[in-house]
Design a protein around this ligand. Structure first.
Ligand SMILES: C[S@@+](CC[C@H](N)C(=O)[O-])C[C@H]1O[C@@H](n2cnc3c(N)ncnc32)[C@H](O)[C@@H]1O
Length: 213
């Protein structure tokens, strides 16, 4: 974990996501070399693409929604599935959740979440367990920007619907990706923000939160 944390620190800068000024995260920005690398660069290093280095539009939308509606996490046990930088988990922890679990299968995401939780002075449990199909009675479950591949998207949606069936509240953050099946989902809010950043701009104009029914 020491070398993963060093890699995260060396390739990011501490910045504030456009929709969520309450949070600071170590992320790639236009001046960081990691932003300019092709996928082959990461496969040569033997690591996954650094999804943890970006505050994805779905994550920003969910984090914004949590800060504006803290009652959805207040005193709850919260899972942030596919946490990446930890943006949604951090928003939940800062908004009064009793216990927050951030899940991500990528060890560099684990390092990034640990670093970002510390910057924001919150306690978050981090797990790399693949939780798809598992139910640990979380009261609120968030999944932001995880519907980017068709098969994975279908598996995640089936699982999230089963969690609702067992009594969890489930919210999805998404920038209008084609792989998000809308059947059984209700759109809660859409954020549209124009930014100067090439990294964030297009998706942040379509950043949406959905509730799984
Ligand atoms: C596009 S990123 C979104 C990160 C963050 N939620 C956000 O909105 O900024 C998707 C994340 O899901 C993680 N992921 C993919 N499959 C996963 C799984 N089965 N369990 C946990 N995390 C997973 C990836 O490692 C990646 O960090």
């Amino acid at each position: 974990m020491t070398s993963q944390k060093a890699f995260v620190r060396e390739n990011t800068a501490t910045v504030t996501p456009a929709l969520v000024p309450e949070i600071q995260l170590n992320l790639a920005n236009e001046t960081c070399p990691i932003w300019l690398q092709a996928p082959e660069y990461f496969s040569k290093l033997g690591i996954s693409e650094p999804f943890w280095a970006f505050a994805w539009a779905g994550g920003q939308a969910l984090a914004r929604y949590i800060f504006d509606n803290p009652e959805i996490v207040s005193e709850q046990t919260v899972l942030d599935f596919g946490s990446g930088s930890g943006i949604v988990a951090i928003a939940a922890a800062k908004s009064g959740a009793a216990h927050v679990i951030a899940s991500d299968i990528d060890e560099y995401a684990e390092a990034a979440i640990e670093i970002n939780a510390k910057i924001n002075k919150v306690d978050i449990e981090i797990t790399r367990e693949n939780l798809i199909g598992i139910d640990k009675n979380w009261t609120t479950v968030f999944a932001a920007d995880v519907h980017y591949e068709n098969n994975m998207s279908l598996m995640i949606t089936t699982w999230l619907k089963s969690l609702v069936g067992s009594g969890s509240k489930v919210f999805i953050g998404d920038p209008q990706r084609i792989f998000l099946p809308k059947n059984g989902l209700e759109r809660v809010i859409k954020y549209s923000k124009k930014t100067e950043s090439r990294l964030e701009d297009t998706d942040l104009q379509n950043a949406q939160v959905w509730r799984v029914l």
